[in-house]
Design a protein around this ligand. Sequence first.
Ligand code: C5P
Length: 319
Amino acid sequence: MKSCSLVAPAKINLYLEIIGDRPDGYHELVMVMQSIALADRVELRTLAGEPTRVCCDHPEVPTDDRNLAARAAMLMAQRFPEASRRWGGVEITIDKQIPVAAGLAGGSTDAAATLVGLNLLWDLGLTVSELQDLGAFLGSDVPFCIEGGTALATGRGEKISPLPTVEGLYLVLGKYRSLQVSTAWAYQTFREQFGDRYISDEAGLEERRQRVHSGPMVSAIARHDLSKIGNELYNDLERVVLPVYPQVVQLRDTLVRQGAASGVLGVMMSGSGPSVFAGVESEAQAQRVREETARAIPNPDLELWATQAIPTGIDAISS
Ligand code: C5P
């Protein structure tokens, strides 16, 4: 029996621009992704002679093959049948800390941890780039989650180019427990409402790529300019999610109002939402804004975290 324990961080999107539709039904994106300290813990244990199973006591996390981590183990078994025969199934135990369907890549990061963990347990010696190629079969955010840190993501989100580390960015993150947004719904609604922006041929996509607005965010990151990073936060999916979810608007507005008093750098929804984050420059400030926001919205359904940007993705802490 072999086992390993991994930290699987959530992500936020500092920037998310939809530049066109694609023949495969996905959307062509330009994103700046950032790992954050809020993380799941994933434990893997080989199970000689037994099938793979997922253990998770969170009521909203499926433990059958709808779970992306289970699918990651299935993919590894298909690709590496000899190792799979040798080691048998794997028990994947997920300590869920990242909220589900929140725009924080919670499922994707568990899948990324499973790929990284099985690479270690089965002594496969796969490189980060080989793991990312496998991750792309599971979901658009999985390749980013493997290496994490700060990165530009293009294509449908699976093409990753590392960016300089963002240091000293603290965050207040909020999500209503009972609200979940389907990523597929958010993209589909964007397509329906802003269809005039869509181009499906390669020449048109290339022309749109020339006009993306991510340049100022990328150069703010290169210059380690936190206040400019705050000014350049952007997410196209806010345009479809905010009109349908008034609580998200209320949370966003409250964080913006706190910001005027407490020096918040910027406020934005992450991914397809409904989580919203505010960037600040110190841990003490993050705690203060978290407390003030909890006082301003005294709703037990609202969960708030003080967290921070981190420079790493999946981290194996023991094996
Ligand atoms: O890749 P993933 O399975 O995480 O995506 C979930 C859904 O989000 C997709 O089925 C698709 O509807 C939508 N999506 C998209 N374009 C992307 C990424 C995701 O339309 N680039």
